[in-house]
Design a protein around this ligand. Structure first.
Ligand code: ATP
Ligand code: MG
Length: 230
């Protein structure tokens, strides 16, 4: 039967490197209570994506552990892990197939009603309904019609439908046009509600909606505070 995670994520004395001769995260500890939204900022190469990859179990720590609700990620069933922790990256926004297929990716048995509801929740329904074949539009064939901001909204609808306890988001660096920037911010608020979120933030507006901002440098957290205090 299904295990439902609450979303408490903890790094306990994690040491990690991609090779033996270079440590990226040295003795890294971090406690993220269930439901908290974290904005992760810092210079290039600081280790932000590495941290995200350890939470999504792309990699395992060399030493120490990453836990979800006090269970070591290595002890979780892969199925439970995939359901509980979802990572949205810039590179993987869209796959070949229809808009509906793309939204349903995290929940293949989703009904068309659920797909539409997810799109509506994040404000993606407006532009989708204007596409030549609506939800049946092939995103590859008519990819040119789908803007960067719209791609991001489709990936948000996908994450909303998957409904993970923990969401990791590597925010797009590409500048978006003003209306979609606003739309994305509203979508983000909806998407982040009632779950733990770790956002590698590139926009000030995203940092502002976080509960907590972590500034990383050389694999360490050098600041940990509320957005207002920073
Ligand atoms: P950015 O803001 O540029 O995305 P980041 O904070 O996400 O940077 P990471 O991608 O976590 O930084 O990289 C941290 C360090 O690990 C960097 O020195 C990087 O060169 C190195 N690194 C990242 N991925 C790999 C990899 N697959 N193999 C070897 N080294 C890597
Ligand atoms: Mg990165």
């Amino acid at each position: 039967d299904l295990w439902t995670a609450k979303g408490h994520v903890r790094f306990d004395e994690v040491t990690f490197g991609y090779s033996d001769d270079r440590v990226i995260l040295p003795h890294f500890s971090l406690d993220i209570p269930a439901g908290q939204t974290i904005a992760l900022v810092g210079t290039t190469g600081a280790g932000k994506s590495t941290l995200a990859k350890l939470v999504s179990r792309f990699y395992d720590p060399t030493r120490g552990s990453v836990t979800l609700d006090d269970v070591d990620l290595r002890r979780l069933h892969p199925k439970d892990l995939r359901r509980a922790i979802v990572m949205v990256t810039q590179e993987a926004y869209l796959f070949s197939g229809t808009v509906a297929d793309n939204i349903a990716l995290g929940k293949p048995d989703a009904t068309m009603d659920e797909i539409r509801a997810a799109a509506r929740a994040v404000g993606a329904d407006g532009f989708i309904e204007k596409l030549p074949d609506g939800y049946d539009t092939d995103v590859n064939k008519r990819g040119g019609r789908v803007s960067a901001g719209q791609r991001q909204l489709i990936s948000f609808a996908r994450a909303f439908l998957a409904d993970p306890a923990v969401l990791i988001l590597d925010e797009a660096t590409a500048s978006l046009d003003i209306p979609s920037e606003r739309l994305i911010q509203d979508a983000l608020q909806t998407l982040l509600a009632d779950r733990t979120a770790i956002i590698i933030a590139h926009r000030l507006s995203t940092v502002a909606i976080a509960d907590r901002v972590l500034v990383m440098e050389h694999g360490r957290i050098i600041e940990d505070d509320t957005p207002a205090a920073l």
